[in-house]
Ligand binder design. Structure first.
Ligand SMILES: *Cc1c(COP(=O)(O)O)cnc(C)c1O
Length: 250
């Protein structure tokens, strides 16, 4: 049993987050089990992640293939589903597919093509979300909202890619009300796609909302929130380091 002093903090934080999800769901008139909790575990050591898995967490997200690889000795043996939530470079496809069951960051056709070709080689399929840049900020990845539907259409044509819904990071702002339009936009894109038959109800997931704004995201229809800081505390590196792999970190 893990008796490190951080265990109590992690368990307390987890119960606070579950409570927040419950309250927000109730407020939005949605059943609490409508909303999945994914823990964003970048920089968090595998032993700490294990504490949450022992407490019932079944879903984590990593931003870097390197971290998936480093933590696999432990996480690979535990009942947890791993998703990729970072920017995926095509030269990392082969590696990332060893660890994850879903890639939430399909944001360009080139990536979909290369994923498809590797998956066909391996004779398997994978779940994907199409990532949309709903904040219109240059610095973030994701398809432009105007191009999201076209991208969904193209990604759907690959038999190896099972489209499950959409993902967004949203505007980076401490004020959840400023982030709300990002979440609303993602839902509108999803709803339009549903209406026009480009997505089916089984492809309607909305992965949005983080530590500071999960309530807002749930009000706007999130079916999965991705939480890091509120559970594990502040990270050492700025998020730009994880979100903008190709770009200059300032
Ligand atoms: C780190 C991260 C999160 C979690 O952010 P917190 O503010 O720490 O809760 C969610 N989504 C993505 C893509 C991330 O990289």
């Amino acid at each position: 049993m893990n008796t490190e002093p951080y265990v109590q903090d992690i368990l307390a934080n987890l119960s606070i987050i579950r409570h927040r999800i419950q309250v927000a769901s109730a407020k939005a008139g949605r059943p609490a089990n409508d909303v999945d909790l994914l823990l964003a575990t970048k920089t968090v050591p595998a032993e700490k992640i294990q504490v949450t898995i022992d407490a019932g967490v079944h879903l984590i997200g990593e931003n870097k293939v390197q971290e998936l690889k480093e933590k696999d000795y432990l996480l690979g043996t535990l009942p947890v589903e791993r998703h990729f939530i970072g920017h995926l470079q095509t030269n990392k496809i082969k590696d990332v597919l060893k660890y994850v069951s879903c890639i939430q960051s399909v944001d360009r056709i080139e990536l979909a093509e290369k994923l498809d070709s590797r998956l066909r080689f391996e004779g398997r399929t994978i779940d994907v979300l199409v990532q949309v840049n709903t904040s219109f900020e240059e610095s973030k990845f994701g398809a432009h909202p105007n191009e999201a539907i076209a991208l969904i259409e193209k990604v759907k044509r690959f038999d190896t890619l099972r489209v499950k819904g959409l993902m967004t990071i949203g505007l980076f702002d401490a004020d959840p009300e400023k982030v709300r339009p990002s979440f609303r936009l993602l839902r509108q894109i999803r709803d339009e796609a549903l209406e026009k038959g480009w997505l089916t109800p089984g492809q309607a997931a909305l992965s949005m909302g983080m530590s500071g704004d999960l309530e807002t995201a749930i009000e706007e229809g999130a079916t999965m929130v991705r939480v890091g800081t509120a559970l594990f505390g502040k990270r050492q590196y700025p998020d730009s380091y994880y979100w903008n792999e190709n770009k200059q970190v300032t």
